[in-house]
Design a protein around this ligand. Structure first.
Ligand code: GLN
Length: 457
């Protein structure tokens, strides 16, 4: 299986999904998995399963650059908790996967390694499509069957939007479910790792290995990890599914409307009760997110100073430490990362802190309360579209940041509220491109959420 995946990776060079291949590691892990499987019939389901790892995860001794030039040459001396747990369960690492630089983007066009191509329209004469972002390499690699699953991270939709754009399943767990230790930080109060795979069952298996308490991350929850796969009974009779009216956006394509209707029908057929609900602060989520995420990013990215990690600029005679910082950061960061650092520094500055950052935090609390209210009223899960459109053409939005940010309109609320959310492929648009729906669940009830998503397959 590992050899077949390594061959598939070689044959799919044009997708630019894998940025650093690790065949020696893969073969050694596969060999160890074979031994383990011989020795017992109790080996974990993941034993010997080839995965791709998003470049945001630190993998010991293996380049881990968050797709940024500023981390050129950085090889961590430690392993992220999530990848360590996956490898302990017997998973095999094929390589590191492309992504937007520092996970900032929705199209995988901000990577220092270049764009990733969506395998749904690769290699023919039409314009190439984005696989979404920031976990675009993970999405493309799973969709093209280069690997059986991949790790992703989701700060504002980066697992769910790319999953929807390539027709796979992606789960953003409850904030605190998976340890953030060893994952390059973007916006620490929003970042969460999660699985991307061909279907709900594979996501359930992967999450079981990725999740769990970790004393190395103070926001990691000290809760038992249930058997997520066992939760997939397909029985959702009596569950209440909320349909939020605020997600019916003006100008939403008819195909997305139709997909949403189809999803409602599938869940009703499975015995769920549908209920119209209101999440009144939804319209403030995008602006609040694009204040809070850059604020935290500007602070997290201060550590890239040319001293501790990766790249340092060549200095001229007479340059001091300030010039070293300036030149290193000017050379090492891409345009979108610089924009976020500037926006974030601005909203945190003394004169503007209350007007922007503090205001955004208050809005965040209201958004969280909207969800708490509907859950308290008996709603078990919320069904929405995952994205406002199907995958768009590479280059079509990359010079307009605001248009790019609008992609995240259905996904950022989940991160602001810390909730679990899953994107599931439910249909195709008129051009034959995949479209996904999103289910949002109660905190810590990923098992229930996966089971509801299972009824959309
Ligand atoms: N597209 C969003 C952003 O650019 C979300 C990114 C993410 O979830 N990592 O910030």
């Amino acid at each position: 299986l590992t050899e077949a995946c390594l061959d598939a990776v070689e044959a799919a060079e044009a997708l630019n999904a894998v940025v650093h291949k690790t065949p020696e590691i893969a073969r050694a892990q596969a060999k160890a998995a074979d031994e383990r499987l011989k020795g017992s019939d109790e080996a974990p389901a993941l034993c010997g399963i080839p995965l791709g790892i998003k470049d945001l995860f630190c993998t010991k001794g293996v380049p881990s650059q968050a797709a940024s030039a500023i981390l050129d040459g950085f090889r961590p001396e430690y392993e992220s908790t999530v990848t360590r747990q996956l490898f302990e369960a017997g998973a095999v690492m094929l390589g590191k996967l492309n992504m937007d630089e520092f996970a900032m983007g929705s199209s995988n066009e901000t990577s220092t390694y270049g764009d990733v191509v969506n395998p749904w329209r690769a290699g023919n004469s039409e314009a190439a499509l984005t696989p979404g972002g920031s976990s675009g390499g993970s999405a493309a690699a799973v969709a093209a069957r280069l690997c059986l699953g991949a790790t992703g991270t989701d700060t504002g939709g980066s697992i769910r939007q790319p999953a929807a754009f390539v027709g796979i399943t992606g789960l953003k767990p409850t904030y605190g479910r998976c340890s953030r230790w060893g994952i390059v930080a973007f916006a620490s109060s929003l970042d969460q790792a999660g699985p991307m795979a061909k279907d709900v069952r594979d996501c359930a298996i992967l999450l079981g290995a990725m999740a769990g308490h970790d004393p190395m991350d103070s926001t990691s929850a000290d809760l038992p990890v249930p058997d997520f796969e066992a939760a997939l009974t397909g029985d959702i009779r009596g569950k209440v599914i909320g349909i939020p009216k605020e997600y019916r956006m003006d100008g939403m394509p008819g195909e997305i409307e139709d997909l949403w209707t189809k999803g409602r029908e599938m869940l009703a057929d499975a015995g769920a009760e549908l209920r119209d609900i209101s999440l009144p602060h939804t319209k403030y989520a995008l602006p609040a997110y694009y204040v809070i995420a850059p604020a935290e990013a500007s602070s997290n990215l201060a550590r890239y100073d040319g001293v501790r990690f990766g790249h340092r600029a060549k200095l001229s005679q007479g340059d001091g430490i300030t010039e070293m910082y300036e030149k290193t950061r000017a050379e090492g960061f891409g345009a979108e990362v610089k924009r976020r650092v500037m926006v974030g520094t601005y909203v945190l500055s003394a004169g503007f802190y209350d007007a922007y950052y503090n205001r955004a935090r208050k809005v965040r609390a209201l958004i969280k309360r909207d969800f708490e209210k509907v859950f308290a009223e008996g709603v078990d899960a919320i069904l929405t579209p995952a994205t406002p459109s199907a995958a768009f053409e590479l280059g079509s939005a990359s010079d307009d940041p605001v248009q790019m940010y609008l992609n995240d309109v259905f996904t950022v609320t989940v991160n602001l509220a810390g909730l679990p959310g899953i994107a599931v492929p439910v249909g195709l648009d008129r051009q034959g491109l995949p479209l996904g729906l999103q289910l949002i669940g109660r905190p810590w009830e990923e098992g229930d959420l996966l089971n509801t998503a299972y009824c959309l397959e």
